[in-house]
Design a protein around this ligand. Sequence first.
Ligand code: F6P
Length: 341
Amino acid sequence: MRIGVLTSGGDCPGLNAVIRSVVHRAVVDHSDEVIGFHDGWKGLLEADYRKLDLDAVSGILARGGTILGSSRVQPAHLRDGVERARGHVQDLGLDAIIPIGGEGTLKAARLLSDAGLPIVGVPKTIDNDITATDVTFGFDTAVGVATDALDRLKTTAESHQRVLIVEVMGRHTGWIALHSGMAAGAHAILVPERPFDVAELARVVGERFEAGKKFAIVVVSEGAKPRPGTMDFTSGATDVYGHERFSGVANQLSVELEERLGKEARPVILGHVQRGGTPTAYDRVLATRFGWHAVEAVHGGRFGMMTALRGTDIVLVPLAEAVEELKTVPANRYIEAECVL
Ligand code: F6P
């Protein structure tokens, strides 16, 4: 068989582990040929690719980013490009395409699959917001980076009697904020699923200082918003891909908390550091298992499906199911964390 692989959307630790696993399983065990498209769907639309043999994937298991490059693509551009993509699949003699990506990539995968292209998807995102899989690789690494940062920030916050408002990634869902906040013992966690009341946040932080504590750490997802009417808030504009450009909720909250509490408050925006660097062992293993099962799915003719973790098993689920809705943080998780406002 001849298999094309690509990585699309925001990068994430573990992408290279999937690419390596696909090549190992396909080339070594099935004597397949694998090509990698450059920079996501763009590579497929422009037939920009290179051959991936064992040498090409040597030494990449622990490397962050993606050796193939990634990019975002506008949905309309892809819709217009379906026939071009079909033509390239035929010209290149491809039997299957394995796109590795998040929500946007999987929606695009479904579009091409519905158009009859042989697709098996692999989910990735540090945000962990894909419903069909218990976990996505990249999430564990991002939570580890954020937790390490929070641990470090606690010591400097305490030295200076400050409130530190730490903004983590999480466009639509608060998984990174919840897990890193819980792991580091944050004093308040704000998530996109639950609009916050800044007066309540000020009360929680204020009571902590009144109780004699010298500092407070607030973790906020980049996509968190105040309850309407509770705070002046500037939302970001929308980019060409339809994504909100965040205007810095931590910046706005630090100004507001300083005014309300008379305590020094500083914003810390962790940003892309959460997406970079070497994947954790957990993410390498999950990514490797996804790659292995994606190749098996291709050989089983299970097109239109995506690999997913359910319990301890890797299963295949329809791409349609994967993109139905986002996996948001359920309310019982707020209660367990105790400090989600
Ligand atoms: O979807 C993953 C993610 O890391 C989000 O948490 C974040 O909002 C977005 O990607 C950032 O994307 P970009 O790299 O385009 O700024």
